[in-house]
Design a binder for this molecule. Structure first.
Ligand SMILES: NC(=O)c1ccc[n+]([C@@H]2O[C@H](COP(=O)([O-])OP(=O)(O)OC[C@H]3O[C@@H](n4cnc5c(N)ncnc54)[C@H](OP(=O)(O)O)[C@@H]3O)[C@@H](O)[C@H]2O)c1
Length: 284
């Protein structure tokens, strides 16, 4: 068998980049999806098996043209692994009372419809594989209740449910699907800037701003106080060894420092107790 082949979306930075570097070291043929900036640093760090493919996952034409390029690169071979990694946290902060619904929809466009669109384009090539796999990158944040910050976790909770359906639908065809749910990985996404903080507070109308500020911390502060950080290389190593190399992938994997506790809390603690824990975490 020749080199196994993967396509990773959003591979110019962070987790996507680290995953491609790791897979390249293991001898995979990697197609590295990027959106705005070509992944020059990634290409410089990898073998010439890695090929950059422009792919804006929110755009039908971009995804179609990316998969024409991928099909050409693969030739008669198969796509063995798709990692739907690209996502965004941005733009739809605020409480349910004031969140900008159009920006909330935009977030679904990237974090949910994007991975579905890419999966639809990829499956004809994955069906040719003897061991085809789809890894959707969710988020451990979906196990938290984050006041003024529910939009991103909601998109990731939806992605996890879609992944479960995909997993069931693909099982008869020998294709596995899972959702990897990171948290606390040091990447550009975790560099919460003053601009993001200002943007969140600016989303509130004046008459509500002081009321929300009196009750809740900026959610980024609460998360940084409670979640230590792993490097993206450590995260990619963990995913490679425990997910990509697993004979049978599990339904989902929550991966990051101390995060095993979140799904356990969901399983064993009563709602009222979990509610109190999250209240304490996010209240001022
Ligand atoms: N870091 C963490 O602790 C953490 C926690 C929970 C979940 N995650 C998840 O992990 C994955 C990777 O995130 P990261 O932490 O590595 O952050 P990151 O470095 O910001 O990576 C996100 C990537 O997605 C790309 N992207 C955004 N919109 C896109 C679009 N429309 N089409 C194609 N690509 C697009 C970005 O490229 P452009 O900048 O060019 O748009 C960027 O390269 C995401 O699914 C994220 O939700 C991370």
């Amino acid at each position: 068998m020749g080199a196994r082949t993967c396509f990773v979306t959003g591979a110019a930075t962070g987790i996507g980049r680290a995953l491609v570097e790791r897979l390249d070291r293991e001898g995979w043929q990697c197609l590295a999806g990027y959106n705005r900036q070509p992944p020059d640093a990634l290409l410089a760090a990898c073998s010439d098996r890695v090929r950059a493919v422009q792919c804006n996952i929110t755009d039908d034409a971009s995804v179609t043209s990316a998969f024409q390029e991928i099909a050409q690169a693969i030739g008669e071979g198969s796509l063995d692994l798709l990692v739907n990694n690209a996502a965004s946290t941005g733009g739809a902060g605020g409480g349910v009372e004031n969140v900008d619904i159009d920006r909330f929809k935009d977030l679904f466009e990237i974090n949910l419809w994007g991975p579905i669109r890419v999966t639809q384009a990829a499956l004809p090539l994955i069906r040719r594989s003897q061991d085809g796999r789809v890894i959707n990158v969710g988020s451990a944040s979906q196990y938290l209740t984050i006041p003024m910050g529910c939009s991103y976790p909601v998109t990731k909770a939806a992605l996890q449910r879609v992944t479960r359906a995909l997993r069931a639908e693909m099982k008869p065809f020998g294709i596995q699907a899972t959702c990897v749910e990171p948290g606390g990985v040091h990447t550009p996404m975790m560099d919460l800037t003053e601009h993001q903080r200002a943007e969140l507070w600016a989303s509130f109308p004046d008459e509500l701003l002081s009321q929300y500020k009196a009750h809740f911390k900026y959610p980024g502060d609460a998360i940084q106080e409670n979640v230590p950080l792993w490097t993206s290389e450590k995260f990619a190593d963990h995913v490679y060894r425990n997910v990509i190399c697993a004979k049978q992938m599990k339904v989902n994997y929550v991966i990051g420092p101390k995060l095993w506790v979140l799904p356990v809390m969901r399983r064993v603690l009563p709602d009222s107790l979990r509610e109190r824990i999250f209240e304490r975490m996010f209240k001022r």
